[in-house]
Design a protein around this ligand. Structure first.
Ligand code: ADP
Ligand code: MG
Length: 468
């Protein structure tokens, strides 16, 4: 019997395996996680090594050869004494390819033959990733248009090669194509990792004929993350032949990668040149407008699930959009958290709370906005010295800047009132409250004041003089 330590019986001596797994999910990506990491269980924990359980020898070998270092590193973060990992094979009877997903929960799957065949049960077209909910901007327009044309018109562009960085929507687009074409064609959607796995497995079980037939029988072959297809010659050979056979019979091929074809490593030249021979399109990092569009769309989508509408302020939206620029997945993740926060605490997060909630995504450490930094910026802005700001003098030209700095500290850091008081020459916390209230009121009444506060916020948060 295997035992898994869960959150519930977590104590100091037991590793929290679910936490390690979610770390690994982030580190290695969802595909690798789903295909391999998820299958690993924590069997037993010793002083300086742990025993993990995996279902088969093959999975053990695969994990050992590819991910062991990263797994160990991650475990060490949770318990530094661990220096070694051992595996135990549970060997649940692994009969032909039925071990992976089992039932599938997706509705319209009638044309996805492998699910019917229960042969390669990993094809999962995600019905939530469609063209309708793929938002378009200048950074992804070309990829979107090419994908949508391909989905309407077989062999319009063949193969179609979509590339771009992590979390920019490649899988979403490929899914959308699969979803669309699946309505009247036999579609196969597979990650390159899975393709390799099935390939090796077929060799081991002497099932190559079936494998070949299987892949050559499809109208549309979609392979995600082709950069991972850097395996053995024999596999590339097989892939190349499958590829050619499919093109010859007029099947559509779509692949995605994190880089252009000529930058792929350990992939045969002739395969690369086949890729280059079709249409190659890229997805760039989302521009400001697209980021805002995605933020608004996701807020609506998520709040649509609940009864109440959430009026996330423009300030927070701008903040998120200015901080998460290179990854749509993270952008969506950030919105998720903000919405969850609002649900849990029954209020909208302030900017400071937003920063706390999104800390790991934003790479913000407390040092980015320090009290000292705020004081320096405010002093410079109002052309006073720091000594003057921190003095006890009450001249009007010093009081406002001082109150402004205090207000901004309360707003932009997570420091408590007494802590802030201490940093402002040991002022009492009631003085701090008074300053914050004064500036809040002045901001309401006085547009100039409001303007100055916004300018200062921009300088402090984004190091920018102008509006976002
Ligand atoms: P990639 O495969 O390039 O790493 P994904 O396709 O998995 O990225 O996208 C990451 C997340 O962001 C997914 O949840 C996806 O639905 C979402 N996403 C990416 N681009 C868009 C877009 N243009 N419109 C809506 N959602 C998007
Ligand atoms: Mg992807």
């Amino acid at each position: 019997m295997s035992k898994t330590y869960t959150n519930k019986n977590f104590d100091k001596t037991n590793l929290d395996w679910s936490l390690i797994q979610s770390d690994l999910k982030i580190k290695l990506g969802i595909d690798v996680y789903e295909s391999w990491i998820k299958k690993i269980e924590l069997f037993e924990e010793f002083n300086n090594y742990i025993l993990l359980a995996v279902p088969t020898r093959f999975i053990r070998d695969w994990i050992t050869s590819r991910y062991l270092d990263q797994i160990l590193q991650t475990i060490k973060k949770h318990k530094k004494e661990i220096i070694r990992i051992e595996f135990k094979i549970t060997e649940k009877k692994e009969n032909n390819f039925t071990d992976s997903i089992g039932q599938n929960k997706i509705g319209d799957v009638k044309n996805i033959s492998f699910i019917k065949d229960s042969y390669l049960q990993y094809n999962r077209i995600d019905p939530n990733k469609r063209f309708e909910n793929f938002l378009i901007g200048s950074s992804n327009k070309i990829a979107y248009e090419a994908s949508s044309k391909v989905s309407e018109n077989i062999s319009y562009y063949n193969p179609l090669y979509v590339y771009g960085g992590v979390g920019l929507g490649k899988t979403h687009l490929l899914n959308a194509i699969g979803h669309e074409m699946n309505k009247n064609k036999k579609v196969m959607f597979i990650s390159a990792e899975r393709f390799m796995y099935q390939f090796v497995k077929s060799i081991k079980s002497n099932d190559m004929v079936k494998f070949k037939e299987y892949f050559r029988n499809t109208d549309v072959l979609i392979i995600d993350d082709i950069q991972f297809m850097n395996g053995k010659e024999a596999m590339q050979e097989e892939f190349f032949h499958t590829f050619n056979a499919l093109l010859e019979k007029g099947s559509q091929i779509i692949v995605s990668a994190d880089r252009p074809p000529n930058k792929l490593i350990r992939i045969q030249e002739r395969i690369k040149s086949r890729f280059s021979g079709g249409l190659v399109v890229d997805i760039q990092k989302p521009e400001h407008d697209l980021r805002k569009k995605i933020i608004n769309y996701k807020i609506d989508e998520l709040t649509g699930l609940y009864s109440g509408k959430l009026n996330i302020s423009e300030e927070i939206k701008d903040f998120i959009s200015s901080k998460i620029k290179t990854n749509v997945r993270e952008l969506v993740g950030a919105i998720n958290r903000i919405v969850s926060f609002s649900r849990i605490y029954n209020k909208l997060p302030s900017l400071a709370e937003t920063k706390v909630v999104l800390k790991d995504l934003l790479n913000l450490n407390e040092n980015t906005v320090t009290i000292d930094g705020i004081q320096t910026i405010v002093c410079k802005f109002f052309k006073i010295s720091k000594n003057e700001m921190l003095s006890s003098r009450r001249s009007r030209y010093l009081v406002r800047p001082r109150q402004t700095a205090i207000y901004l500290t309360k707003l932009l850091t997570t420091k408590s009132l007494p802590e802030i008081g201490r940093e402002f020459s040991n002022r009492d916390h009631t003085t701090i409250i008074h300053s914050v209230k004064t500036i809040e009121q002045l901001k309401e009444k006085n547009p100039d004041m409001n303007d100055n506060i916004n300018k200062l916020k921009n300088i402090i948060l984004y190091n920018r003089e102008n509006e976002i």
